[in-house]
Design a protein around this ligand. Structure first.
Ligand code: YH5
Length: 283
């Protein structure tokens, strides 16, 4: 049996870490993610996508308005707020699942939680915005701390590690300490090694191979391999939408190592992967 890692209730839903693998469905609200730029169409499309992901088995919906792909440029604050807040509000009025906001900005986190979001997913582990930890503490919501070096613009030049896993562990441990010092209870913290963020192809594979070592942090473990370029590299598949089976293999490996929460695009398919892998690895 996978080790009990405690439990957490988010928006009335109980997450019993270790009992099964939970799924976070990705809902991008960047203009390129929905074909039409029109405001109503974007809201409508986001709602439909949210509904689709929930019906497919998403336990959490992750709403992000800032592209964090390698080399992507920053979106102005006002633009990020305008993309994220109406979608979070509409989703929270329509659906009962917890909604997370994928942001590195405290002001966006605050506005999203006020609009109905129930947790914050910060790819910088609250290092980009000096207000993030105190705002999350004040809001009283859980926080995902992900490892990155540099920014999405610079991260792929920052892949020299003496000891990859030790350095990620050290970073995450120091962010856990900082979050607790800011008043966030330990039960509210999740950790993520940050696949694809300041990592080379082989480093991404090493993280998945050695994922079990992250349990030494004693926090629920989130992993985000979905459709990422390391899979495209292995499969020689430039189209991210055609990386579903590769994503399934990565998710299965993550579950074997005890991942608690998987952040994925293809919720329906990964939900089947989770059910089978959970039956094998969590008994
Ligand atoms: C993550 O791992 N990732 S945004 C490039 C791709 C495909 C997908 C086509 N936010 C994570 O999903 N939050 C993102 O190539 C995240 N963990 C957490 N916690 C990047 C992304 C992607 C990038």
């Amino acid at each position: 049996m996978t080790k009990d890692r405690g439990e957490l209730t988010i928006r009335g839903r109980r997450f019993k870490w270790g009992e099964r693998t939970y799924l976070m469905g990705i809902l991008n609200v960047t203009p390129d993610s929905f074909s039409d730029g029109g405001e109503f169409n974007t809201l409508d499309a986001a709602l439909k996508q949210g509904q689709f992901l929930v019906e497919a088995g998403a336990d959490i919906l992750d709403v992000g308005g800032q592209s964090t792909r390698p080399g992507a440029t920053e979106v102005p604050l006002e633009e990020e707020l305008a993309r994220v807040v109406p979608v979070v509000r509409a989703l929270s009025e329509t659906l009962s699942v917890p909604i997370s906001v994928d942001t590195t900005r405290a002001e966006v986190a605050r506005a999203a939680v006020e609009a109905g979001a129930s947790l914050v997913n910060d790819i910088s582990a609250a290092t980009f915005d000096p207000q993030m930890l105190s705002v999350v503490a004040e809001l009283g919501v859980p926080l995902i701390l992900m490892h990155i070096r540099g920014t999405p613009q610079t991260m792929q030049q920052l892949t020299d590690y003496k000891d990859l896993i030790a350095e990620i562990l050290q970073f995450l441990d120091s962010r856990i300490q900082a979050a607790q010092a800011a008043g966030i209870p330990r039960k509210h913290l999740l950790v993520d090694p940050g696949i694809g963020f300041a990592k080379t192809f082989s480093q991404n594979l090493e993280i998945l191979r050695r994922l079990g070592e992250f349990h030494t942090l004693n926090c629920p473990l989130l992993v985000g391999p979905s459709r990422k370029s390391f899979i495209g590299h292995i499969l020689n598949q430039p189209n991210p939408k055609a990386r579903v089976w590769g994503t399934a293999a990565a998710c299965c490996a993550a579950i074997a190592a005890g991942a608690d929460l998987l952040r994925v695009h293809d919720v329906q398919q990964m939900q089947e992967v989770c059910r089978v892998a959970d039956a094998i690895f969590r008994f």
